[in-house]
Design a protein around this ligand. Structure first.
Ligand SMILES: Cc1ncc(COP(=O)(O)O)c(C=O)c1O
Length: 367
């Protein structure tokens, strides 16, 4: 039986709340669930404001737009990330400046980041990759001393904390994704959070075509349609009600792999939480000691064992449209992690038998 990398955990009020949307005909972006989901999300993360949007990519786009990022601005961003952390910088005509990653924690290499700050640097998009968290004490201090705006890409890190404080609440704006493989899913969907009331108003305005709050069908600024639907928010609310259970299940999976791989002395290391961090354990992530085995291992797991895995993200600076932004630069940490890294199945509904099958398959193929 096929074991996928991920499948959502829809075991709560999802159907009941969606039926309510259908029964009352509130299926578009107005309706009670959008506000309710935003409120509960702000409460959960400890942010003052939360604004629902249509996916995680537009969350980052909206955040950068609300902060006034545009042509001539340089934005620091890790090269080891999903492409959506970088594309919004380009949508706004700004310039991405790629930063290497630290092998120990898979996050931004802050010494490399600091060395790349110039007079044009306006912002940092810090990605909390695979549920782990950047060193927020040092990053916030760097941003303060260089007067840089900070956007946190928390797409993979809902529930992760630094010294007990939720990711997304350190920077000016935190961005989340609710794609189907995320800890909380709405199918497609996203959220931006902020503790700044003025910024929250700008985010809400830009997300809804820049419509005036005081004059019907009047638009003050050029905005976007980045709205979340009531149906998505209904699913999100039901998901958020179960987040503690989802996180407990994910941690159990991560702990199983960690203990089992150590017991079997497999030639790999498991991404674990580093000091000050509580990792939400979004998706089990490993790094093989021998990167040259990664692709054949993934193929064998699929073909011989019916186990799906996925490669770690390719460094964005190696993709054709971004090569020119990294000319002459080296990213040894990101490249090492990328080429040796992979994600294993880790969905909340995974059974003990499925976990054992994955561990057995890995052990057999890595012998
Ligand atoms: C690190 C990171 N940033 C941004 C996104 C974009 O989110 P979405 O797919 O909802 O647009 C994702 C996820 O897909 C992600 O993993």
């Amino acid at each position: 039986m096929f074991i996928p990398v991920y499948e959502p955990f829809l075991n709560g009020n999802e159907k009941k709340y969606v039926d309510d949307c259908l029964d009352t005909s509130w299926i578009s972006s107005k309706g009670k669930y959008v506000n309710l989901f935003e409120q509960k999300f702000a409460e959960y993360t400890g942010a003052a404001h939360a604004v629902g949007v249509s996916n995680g990519t537009v969350a980052i786009h909206l955040a950068l737009a609300a902060l006034g990022i545009g042509p001539g601005d340089e934005v620091l961003v890790p090269t080891l990330t999903y492409i959506a952390s970088v594309n919004p910088i380009m949508y706004l005509g700004a310039t991405p400046v790629f930063v290497d990653s630290t092998v120990d924690n898979w996050q931004l290499d802050l010494s490399d980041l600091e060395s790349k700050i110039t007079a044009k640097t306006k912002a940092v998009v810090a990605v909390h990759l695979y549920g782990n968290v950047c060193d927020m004490d040092r990053l916030v201090s760097i941003c303060r001393s260089h007067n840089l705006l900070l956007v946190e890409d928390c797409a993979e890190a809902l529930g992760s904390t630094w010294n007990g404080r939720h990711v997304g609440t350190f920077g000016d704006i935190g961005c989340f994704s609710f794609f189907g493989n995320k800890t909380v899913t709405t199918g497609e969907g996203g959220m931006v959070i902020t503790c700044d009331g003025e910024l929250a108003k700008r985010l809400a305005s830009l997300k809804g075509q820049g419509v005036s709050q005081t004059r019907y069908y009047w638009h003050d600024v050029i905005g976007y349609n980045f709205r979340m639907t009531n149906i998505e928010a209904a699913i999100g609310l039901a998901q958020l009600e179960q987040i503690e259970e989802i996180m407990v299940r994910k941690r159990r999976i991560a702990e199983y792999y960690k203990d089992e791989f150590a017991k079997r002395a497999l030639p790999l290391s498991v991404l674990w939480e580093t000091e000050h961090v509580h990792n939400c354990m979004w998706l089990p992530t490993i790094r093989l000691n021998d990167a040259t085995r990664r692709d054949s291992l993934m193929a064998d797991l699929k073909e011989k064992h019916d186990v799906e895995t996925r490669p770690a993200f390719y460094p964005v600076h190696t993709m054709p449209m971004y090569v020119k932004y990294a000319a002459g630069k080296k990213f040894p940490g990101a490249e090492q992690l990328s080429y040796a890294g992979m994600n294993l199945p880790g969905f909340p509904g995974m059974t003990a038998e499925q976990l054992e099958r994955v561990a057995d398959a890995l052990a057999r193929e890595l012998k």
